[in-house]
Design a binder for this molecule. Structure first.
Ligand code: MN
Length: 254
């Protein structure tokens, strides 16, 4: 019997023995760290990175149509409510059998994957990474906010790339060049330097202790309904509507 069948049998068994309230009470526990809506100016991706098992999906906090026409409402809905939710569910399922990991924060799990048991390492890497990466994405798409970097962030971008346009071009190029599924990122490394990089699948720059300033999802599920194979067009559209207040908050680490 594999784990899924075992869990199914456990649920059926629990129902049969009238232990349902106890079982459901265990499932219904919410994370100890309250998660603000992603659109809330006080939202921090750190809110999610500080979560421990059982992990929870942060509310989007804005309308699925808010990012149109760059991203259509159906894509936003499926992306948040189905794809991100599935990463959370699958991460919780993986940790159900790992009490030693249940007290670790999401950030701790992702920055110490080598200490995660073989049996669940890939599940934590993929689903924990998926949870973290999407939690960092939603505030960047929240309507409103600055439409270009300013202040110290602009200075850092100008110093590294010459201009904001060059930085965005580098993000686009990395996203277009990422073979298959992945992400394109602007990160601030431990020395304070900015750089653009890409990662495959749900690998996250957090694993290298980098601070994520912004990340754009280049999985087909992020754009295929409206853009089909035109990933470059999707990147142009998304990079033009970023909420730079969210990027600034990440840069300042506040
Ligand atoms: Mn995604």
């Amino acid at each position: 019997m594999d784990r899924r069948n075992f869990l199914h049998a456990a649920v059926v068994g629990a129902i049969a023995t009238s232990a349902v309230p106890v079982f459901l009470a265990g499932c219904a526990r919410t994370s100890t760290v309250p998660t603000r809506r992603a659109s809330d100016p006080s939202f921090r991706a750190d809110d999610v990175l500080r979560q421990t098992y059982p992990f929870s999906l942060p509310a989007l906090g804005y309308d699925y149509a808010a990012v149109q026409p760059a991203i259509d409402a159906m894509t936003m809905s499926i992306h948040h409510d189905k794809h991100h939710a599935a990463y959370v569910t699958n991460l919780n399922t993986a940790l159900q059998t790992q009490p030693a990991l249940q007290g670790k924060t999401l950030r701790e799990l992702l920055t110490s994957l080598d200490t995660v048991p073989d049996a669940v390492r890939d599940a934590v890497r993929n689903n924990g990474g998926g949870h973290a990466n999407h939690a960092m994405l939603w505030p960047l798409l929240a309507p409103g906010g600055a439409k270009a970097p300013t202040g110290a962030l602009l200075d850092a971008i100008t110093s590294e790339f010459g201009s904001t346009a060059n930085c965005l071009a580098a993000l686009k190029a990395a996203g277009v060049a990422q073979f298959g599924s992945g992400w394109t990122w602007l990160v601030r490394d431990v020395t304070g330097s900015l750089s653009v990089r890409s990662t495959p699948n749900q690998d996250t720059p957090l694993a290298n202790d980098a601070r994520v300033l912004l990340g754009v999802d280049v999985w087909e599920h992020a754009y295929y309904l409206a853009y089909q194979d035109r990933r470059a067009d999707y990147l142009d559209a998304v990079l033009a509507v970023l909420n730079w207040d969210a990027v600034t908050r990440a840069y300042e680490g506040s």
